[in-house]
Design a protein around this ligand. Structure first.
Ligand code: FPP
Length: 248
């Protein structure tokens, strides 16, 4: 009952923003179905939402934005849908390269990009190389990414380094293991947002989300906007992050 009368905050505090926000861009297909449009139109609308949200994150001072663009499981979708998503990504990367000097966004790609088309791989390499000199906001695009795959690869590479005698310390620590992840060098997400009403992580950042605040909303990704992100940030700021400790 009390919560009914609790005064709700309408804005967030700029000095307590999440440093790193990660988003599962879900609900594109349902958004399209509601409008009797093909699923691919939902992805196109979802790509637009991503542009808006990335700009907003940059404007308000979010340091890292990570998005789940294509999972290791998304190959199961019809060929036409997969090609459309790849096409949207190519279009976005062309734009990002063209605006690189103006926007100064650092871009990273998480996932096994070797299975992507040569054209997309070349664009990824170019984007990463050109954006490497920037150290402001960083956008991480998870592409052919799966968290279990990432953890297994990390274990494999660690074992290889161990067998080859390349490791100076023989005690495995969380910090050392983190450096074998696709996300090496990127701080863990403070908040993971999943729109569309699904309440699960779907193989996204399982290692990195250990202490992330999870935020779920029924809004479909193409309808997500700056106000929705404000709501998520307000919710984040209302949480008490204890990391297993007790309240001071
Ligand atoms: C999940 O919604 C969305 C995807 C699997 C693809 C997301 C890709 C894009 C938005 C396009 C490319 C991205 C960029 C950065 C330009 P869903 O299709 O599973 O939705 P549903 O659950 O309603 O069917």
């Amino acid at each position: 009952m009390l919560s009914l009368f609790r005064k709700k905050k309408h804005t967030w505090e700029p000095d307590r923003l999440p440093r790193h926000i990660a988003i599962i861009m879900d609900g594109n297909g349902r958004w399209a179905a509601k409008r009797a449009l093909p699923r691919t139109a939902g992805h196109a609308a979802g790509a637009e939402t991503f542009r808006r949200i990335a700009t907003y994150c940059k404007d308000i001072g979010i340091e890292y934005l990570t998005i789940y663009a294509f999972s290791t499981e998304n190959w199961k979708r019809p060929d036409g849908e997969v090609s459309k998503i790849m096409e949207l990504l190519e279009k976005y990367l062309h734009e990002a390269i063209a605006k690189m000097e103006r926007d100064k966004v650092k871009m990273k790609f998480l996932g096994d990009t070797t299975l992507l088309s040569p054209g997309l791989r070349a664009l990824i390499a170019e984007t990463q190389e050109l954006s490497d000199k920037f150290d402001g906001v960083q956008v991480n695009i998870c592409l052919n990414y799966g968290s279990r795959d990432e953890i297994m690869r990390a274990a494999e590479h660690y074992a290889e380094d161990m067998i080859a005698g390349r490791l100076s310390a023989d005690k495995l620590t969380e910090e050392i293991f983190s450096n074998y992840m696709f996300s090496a060098g990127i701080p863990d997400p403070d908040m993971i947002i999943r729109p569309s009403g699904e309440v699960r992580l779907s193989n996204f950042l399982l290692w990195q989300s250990a202490y992330a605040e999870l935020y779920f909303t029924d809004v479909l990704w193409p309808d997500f906007n700056e106000r929705e992100l404000d709501r998520a940030i307000i919710s984040f700021q209302e949480r008490d992050r204890r990391y297993g400790g007790i309240k001071k």
